[in-house]
Design a protein around this ligand. Structure first.
Ligand SMILES: [Zn+2]
Length: 283
């Protein structure tokens, strides 16, 4: 009975706090916790809501809030996880600070354990990045190479080096990824213009002729920029494998995360650090 009373008081407090002092951006953080002695603690507000965190100032502050403060004990500061946990390990570490919600993504856990791909697929991944590296060396200014592959057959469909030139303005858009997608587009046009029954691999299986790269994988020696990443979204790429991150312009993990952006209607998986040391030599 005592427990139920405490919980109902806590629930009332939580409702009030939730409306008046929401935990912005921390939907994974639980508002209440029970310690090993059976004591409950509730997150009242975020640190940013308080200008002064001295004990006296905090007690004074809460008395001025339109919430049921009379049931509360002393206020104190705790640390909570800034982001949701993707793995069980992250969940366990974060929970030591404050309880959080956790829904295990088995695919991510399997990937972190190194069990997502079998040996044959891993060998194909390295072979394809090897082709991207060879392609990168074909241009003297920016040594970046990209290769488009159909993972069903591991067939290389297109490959391109970076076509930018210091003196030609018209070359500005010739990033290796853009050229690779462009080449796939030309292949689609060529197939459409022929009278024979030849088809690109993704036309047969997906019946989505409007999307150039449905079901395809891209291998590229350097993390794509925003322009290339958006082109990959629009062409419905399946997966991207890259070697070296681009801290300044990288749009697939470093500067931005276009591949998982909530506002976009296509998401894809990204894997990095394939032959990273070799590709660092290309820079
Ligand atoms: Zn680019």
């Amino acid at each position: 009975m005592l427990n139920e009373t405490i919980i109902s008081i806590c629930m009332l407090a939580i409702r009030q706090f939730k409306d008046h002092l929401p935990l912005d951006g921390l939907t994974h953080v639980k508002r209440i916790r029970k310690d090993e002695h059976g004591n409950y603690a509730i997150i009242v507000c975020l640190r940013k809501h308080l200008s002064d965190i001295s004990e006296l100032a905090m007690q004074e502050w809460i008395k001025n809030q339109p919430i049921s403060w009379e049931y509360l004990g002393n206020l104190y500061i705790v640390q909570v996880a800034a982001t949701s946990a993707l793995t069980r390990k992250q969940f366990e570490v974060a929970s030591k600070y404050w309880p959080i919600s956790f829904y295990e993504d088995k695919r991510i856990s399997t990937a972190i354990e190194g069990k997502l791909f079998n040996q044959e697929v891993i060998q194909n991944i390295y072979n394809n990045m090897d082709i991207a590296i060879s392609t990168a060396l074909e241009n003297s200014m920016f040594k970046i190479g990209a290769v488009m592959v159909d993972p069903e057959s591991n067939k290389v469909l297109a490959k391109a080096s970076d076509g930018r030139s210091r003196n030609v303005d018209s070359s500005l858009l010739k990033h290796a990824v853009m050229t690779c997608i462009d080449d796939i587009g030309k292949m689609h046009v060529a197939v459409e213009n022929t009278n024979n029954s030849s088809k690109l691999p993704n036309e047969e299986s997906n019946n989505q002729r409007g999307y150039l790269c449905t079901g395809y994988d891209l291998y590229v020696t350097k993390e794509p920029c925003v322009m290339c990443a958006m082109a990959l979204v629009h062409s419905r790429i399946k997966r991207v494998f890259y070697a070296v991150e681009d801290k300044e312009y990288g749009a697939l993990g470093s500067r931005y995360k276009i591949h998982v952006h909530e506002g976009l209607n296509h998401h894809f998986e990204v894997f990095k650090n394939i032959y990273r040391d070799r590709c660092l030599q290309l820079q």
